[in-house]
Every structure is written in C-alpha cells, then in structure tokens.
Design a protein around this ligand. Structure first.
Ligand code: MN
Length: 210
C-alpha cells in the first residue's frame, strides 16, 4: 500500500492482438509497471512528499531532489508516467488516421502522416538499448520526434510527451524477438488517435497530466 497505484488497463490483455500479444501485455502491465509502483511506494515511506506532489512537477525539477533518491525517482516515476501514457494511447480498434488539429500539426511540423510514421519508426529503431521514442510538444506547441534512454521523460527538458512507443525489449520480445522494426510498424494499429488528440488539446492548454 501507499500513495501510488497501478492504473488499470481499460481493455483486456488480448485487445491489441495480433499486434501486441496478451501475454506481453499482462507481464508489461502487471509486473513491469507494477514494479515501478512498488518501488515508488517504498520511496514514499521515507520521502512522503513524493506521494503528494504532481508527477510532472517532480520530474520537471528532477535536479532539485537529493542525490540519494534522484536516480530512483527518475527511473521509477518516469516509468510510471510513461506506462500510464502508453496504456492510455492504445486500445482495441486502433490505427487509422488522426484528424483535425492534431493532423494539421503533424502535417505542419512532421511532414505529414506517412513521413511522420516512417521517421518515428526509424528513430525508435535507432534507439540503442532501452528507451522510448516520443512525439514531444514544446512550450511553443511545436511537435518533434525524439528518443530518450531508459525512463527519462521529456519534461526533464521542458517538453511534454504527447505520445510514445516503448522500445525496451520487454515491450515486444515474446512475439517479435529481435525484430524491433516489425513491432514498431505493427504498433500503429494499436494507437487510439482520439486519445492522442485529447492529449494534444490538453498539452496546448497546459492541462496534460502525465
Ligand atoms: Mn515498458
């Protein structure tokens, strides 16, 4: 028990098949994400302010933390934030195309949907070792494709993660083994563009959570 809780998946483990298999989803959510929650609750026992502060405030001011907890918070709170976002932007019946303001921003900043998806896949493929590939939103609203190692969050550099794909091997290895490129390509079929559009609107009004 503690101030941090694992957000429940809002769809079944097998809802993203065949693109992400049920076993991978179960292990990823119930074990990997849960491990971040367990670690954060342990950290909060001796650092209770962690449990009450806004996640974005803590990660956005990571260097304000004492050295004895900085590394653990960076990894575990970053991991909690990223995975919360990840479950949210996927769902059954995903894929297709974004619309409206989001599509207009993709056209303007990322060269259109096809180029964006190809560039995003290439960036995810180039990330050496563990990490994430994101679309970030800068303070001026501009979108960019960026990678981060491990669980580093773009808010550490003053940007927000609009959407992202997990390229740690645990995200795909059971089904895709070393074929990360195939996973990156298939992942688009899981994306819930309505949720990404909601996040984009929230990012632009400064109300995006994690
Ligand atoms: Mn993961």
């Amino acid at each position: 028990a503690g101030p941090f809780t694992l957000p429940p998946l809002t769809y079944p483990f097998n809802a993203l098949e065949p693109h992400i298999d049920a076993r991978t989803m179960e292990i990823h959510h119930d074990r990997h994400h849960q491990a971040f929650i367990t670690n954060l609750n342990n950290l909060a026992k001796t650092n209770p302010q962690l449990g009450t502060a806004q996640i974005t405030d803590v990660l956005g001011n990571i260097n304000a933390l004492n050295d004895d907890i900085k590394f653990a918070v960076r990894n575990n709170l970053g991991g909690h934030a990223h995975h919360t976002m990840f479950w949210e932007i996927m769902g059954p019946g995903g894929g297709g195309k974004p619309q409206g303001d989001l599509l207009a921003a993709i056209d303007k900043d990322l060269g259109g949907l096809e180029k964006f998806q190809n560039d995003f896949n290439a960036a995810g493929g180039r990330q050496f070792g563990s990490g994430w590939v994101f679309v970030t939103v800068a303070k001026d609203g501009k979108l960019a494709i960026e990678t981060r190692p491990n669980q580093d969050n773009p808010i550490m550099d003053g940007k927000r993660a609009l959407m992202g794909n997990d390229v740690w091997e645990h995200a795909y290895y059971l089904n895709y083994q070393n074929r990360r490129a195939d996973y990156l390509k298939a992942w688009w079929n899981t994306v819930n563009w309505n949720k990404v559009a909601e996040r984009y609107a929230a990012a632009r009004t400064g109300t995006l959570g994690v």
